[in-house]
Design a protein around this ligand. Structure first.
Ligand SMILES: CC(=O)N[C@@H]1[C@@H](OP(=O)(O)OP(=O)(O)OC[C@H]2O[C@@H](n3ccc(=O)[nH]c3=O)[C@H](O)[C@@H]2O)O[C@H](CO)[C@@H](O)[C@@H]1O
Length: 384
């Protein structure tokens, strides 16, 4: 008979951002005496997951096996089958998935296949359009009806879940777990070197990887960067080039010969945060960077058609710009002419929380499983 003393929690990660957003939770779960935590590398981006977790001192317990890069539906089916197999082998009592990737959705489907409760981390992020960004918005909207526990990072995310009819008792507003990792880095006493570009005073961090920017979007952003560098001789750009071949080749064609552009491999988290903290501006289509940058005092130009981080825009830490050269350059000029914003404190009333989300989530999962074990252990009432 399963009791809460040996409940097994299966945590599934498949991409770099999921590792960064699950690191503090895995650490906190592993400190819960009543739980056995199994961390699974789903196989979506096996090597990147292995490297990202290793960088933050976490080892995966199970490698599900790298899936063949194929169509979205094929990847979803493969990941779902692999996660279902591992969950059954590990006799999981609960599955944890994070965010909106193919892995996150596959893990939710596998949990439902096995009638296991799903805990969804970073629940409730929504844009106003079901297909933008694609497929993330579709995935997170489909995970919601499956999840038993919804860990919403913000007030707006919790509100989105209520509007979709999720019961209040299942919604837990806990902050965003990536701020936990950011806090660890910021509070770390170890100095971390920042990429230097000769003659450059103002660093600009550039990261691009979203489908909506493939092709023309990348061309426009790169043209904007070249225009910016011509107008600001004291500025330079560091761009960790995303491994997706649809992105890297195009960025290299536009930017690789400029003397004040450094195209680098994807950076480990600690050096990347050091770069972001020392940058006057970030130009990105990333989700996580919109959450981290305000705590580092680095303004963000978000090159997307919409964002599920309205909080950063509301406090003026992020500006949403369409992929148009004139708009990107005008907003960057404005930001570079203004003094850098103050850093957000790691406090409960900061938009993405105080950096202790993982502990809150782990405690709630332990509580949920203890109640569940007690209910299944209690003998059915014998009629008088
Ligand atoms: C629709 C959407 O927004 N979905 C998001 C997407 O994540 P994302 O858009 O944030 O993805 P990226 O931009 O790739 O990663 C960013 C992270 O990587 C760090 N970084 C960056 C460059 C580098 O060289 N080294 C690094 O360490 C950086 O500090 C940051 O923490 O999927 C996640 C999983 O489901 C979701 O949670 C999340 O909502």
């Amino acid at each position: 008979m399963k009791t809460s003393l040996n409940s097994t929690v299966l945590v599934v990660a498949g991409t770099r951002p999921e590792c960064l957003k699950l690191a503090s939770l895995v650490t906190a779960l592993r400190q819960q005496p009543s739980l056995r935590t199994v961390l699974v590398n789903s196989g979506q981006h096996e090597q990147m997951v292995e490297r990202t977790f290793a960088h933050v001192g976490i080892a995966c317990d199970v490698q599900a096996g790298q899936i063949a890069p194929a169509s979205l539906s094929h990847a979803l089916a493969s990941l779902r089958a692999q996660i279902r197999r591992v969950a059954a082998e590990q006799r999981a009592d609960l599955v944890v998935s994070q965010g909106d990737t193919t892995t996150a959705y596959a893990a939710s489907l596998a949990a439902r296949d096995l009638l296991l409760p799903l805990a969804h981390v970073e629940a409730g992020l929504r844009t106003s359009h079901p297909y933008r960004p694609f497929p993330e918005e579709l995935f997170r909207r489909r995970i919601a009806p499956i999840a038993a526990l919804h860990f919403a990072p913000t007030v707006s995310a919790a509100q989105n879940l209520r509007h979709e009819g999720i019961a209040e008792a299942r919604i837990h507003r806990v902050g965003n777990t990536v701020i936990d990792l950011l806090r660890w880095q910021v509070e770390s006493p170890d100095p971390v070197p920042v990429p230097q570009i000769p003659g450059v005073r103002d660093l600009i961090t550039l990261t691009l990887h979203r489908r909506e920017n493939y092709g023309r979007g990348l061309d426009v952003v790169c043209a904007s960067v070249l225009d910016l560098l011509a107008r600001h001789p004291e500025a330079g750009v560091v761009c960790p080039v995303h491994p997706n071949p649809a992105v890297g080749g195009r960025i290299r064609r536009h930017l690789s010969t400029h003397p004040r552009v450094a195209l680098v491999d994807p950076m480990d988290y600690q050096p990347f945060i050091a770069l972001l903290a020392h940058s006057r501006l970030a130009i990105t289509d990333s989700g996580g960077i919109q959450e981290e940058a305000p705590y580092l005092g680095t303004p963000v130009l978000v090159v997307r058609e919409n964002t599920e981080r309205p909080e950063s825009v509301a406090i003026g830490a992020a500006t949403l710009v369409p992929p148009r050269v004139d708009r990107i350059v005008a907003e960057a000029d404005r930001i570079l002419a203004a003094p850098p914003p103050a850093r957000l404190p790691f406090s409960a009333d900061a938009p993405y929380g105080d950096g202790y989300s993982g502990e809150r989530i782990a405690a709630e999962i332990a509580r949920f499983l203890a109640i569940r074990s007690a209910q299944t252990a209690r003998p059915a009432a014998v009629p008088a």
